[in-house]
Design a binder for this molecule. Structure first.
Ligand SMILES: Nc1ncnc2c1ncn2[C@@H]1O[C@H](COP(=O)(O)OP(=O)(O)O)[C@@H](O)[C@H]1O
Ligand SMILES: Cc1ncc(COP(=O)(O)OP(=O)(O)O)c(N)n1
Length: 269
């Protein structure tokens, strides 16, 4: 069985972070493992508080998994602090896992900082060059490039600029722009528009985590990058279409491989 490791924060409400990643891994047919970087007290409405995990424990979680188990892909989400960015980068350089998908999580839907501002530079300098694929949303790409992104041409320019910072490829998610949520994949040579269909729902908590984990799972299963992204985009669409009316805020996406299987998309290798 192929495997994937998520290095991310815990969401007590179960919709984003580690919890979403593990559900997405399972639904996409890989064995999931986790390194918890921070614990958030979170629900569908807000992030109430955050406790970073001590750095030696972050390091030990990574080495405990990688010393023992074959890891076919790594997904990175909330890193919270500069120290955590540094420890994770150092361990990734040491272990050299293949297929690193970096979701540069910065701010929750409710506006809570999930990456301290002081950690931004470390994320850009130390983490971006290690990524096989980085998956920023529009606001995250605006922070990384320090430019405003309003049009498809802006999206292309941002992809080129982010790619120059070191990741092998960039998937700029267009969900935050008006109209259909089209994402743009850039591998340093070619651009690929990944078409989407907007689902009109407020229940989109954890969409970014779900998508990046599905891509990581697909890469773990040895899919080429473009196919991995296209298949994950089909998965996020199904997960949003079936999202759950839970809580009083943004309900979570729903992960269930039986529906996915019926749609002919489930592949476990
Ligand atoms: N309402 C929606 N309907 C369909 N697809 C969406 C919707 N919102 C976001 N997406 C897609 O979900 C994925 C996650 O994107 P996004 O929500 O922008 O990420 P994030 O959670 O990091 O803000 C992208 O592929 C995006 O195009
Ligand atoms: C612990 C944790 N990690 C990541 C996020 C952000 O998740 P995302 O998929 O971008 O979803 P929203 O926050 O936009 O709903 C999070 N909230 N918590």
């Amino acid at each position: 069985m192929k495997t994937a490791l998520t290095i991310a924060g815990s969401d007590s409400g179960g919709g984003a972070g580690i919890q979403a990643d593990l559900k997405s891994f399972a639904a996409n047919g890989v064995y999931g493992m986790s390194v918890i970087t921070a614990i958030t007290a979170q629900n569908t409405v807000e992030v109430r508080s955050v406790q970073d995990i001590d750095l030696p424990i972050v390091k030990d979680q990574i080495s405990a998994v990688l010393d023992d188990i074959q890891v076919d892909a790594v997904k990175i989400g909330m890193l919270s602090s500069e120290g955590t960015v540094e420890v994770v980068a150092k361990e990734l350089i040491h272990y050299q896992p293949r297929n690193i998908v970096l979701d540069p999580v910065m701010i929750s839907k409710g506006g809570h900082h999930l990456l301290r501002e002081q950690a931004m530079e470390a994320l850009i300098l130390k983490m971006l060059p290690l990524a096989t694929l980085i998956t920023p949303n529009i606001p995250e790409a605006e922070v990384i490039t320090n430019r405003s992104i309003k049009t498809k041409e802006d999206m292309k320019a941002a992809c080129i600029e982010i790619h120059a910072l070191g990741p092998a490829a960039v998937l700029l998610k267009g969900g935050h722009l008006e109209g259909e949520p089209e994402d743009l994949l850039y591998d340093g040579n070619d651009f690929y528009w990944i078409a989407g269909k907007r689902i009109h729902t407020k229940n989109t908590h954890g969409t970014g985590c779900t998508l990046s984990s599905a891509i990581a799972a697909n890469l773990a299963k040895d899919m080429p990058l473009l196919e991995a992204v296209k298949e994950a985009k089909k998965y996020i669409l199904i997960a949003i279409e079936n999202s759950l009316e839970l809580g009083n805020g943004h309900g979570p996406t729903h992960h269930f491989y039986d529906l996915y299987e019926k749609a002919g998309l489930y592949r476990s290798r």
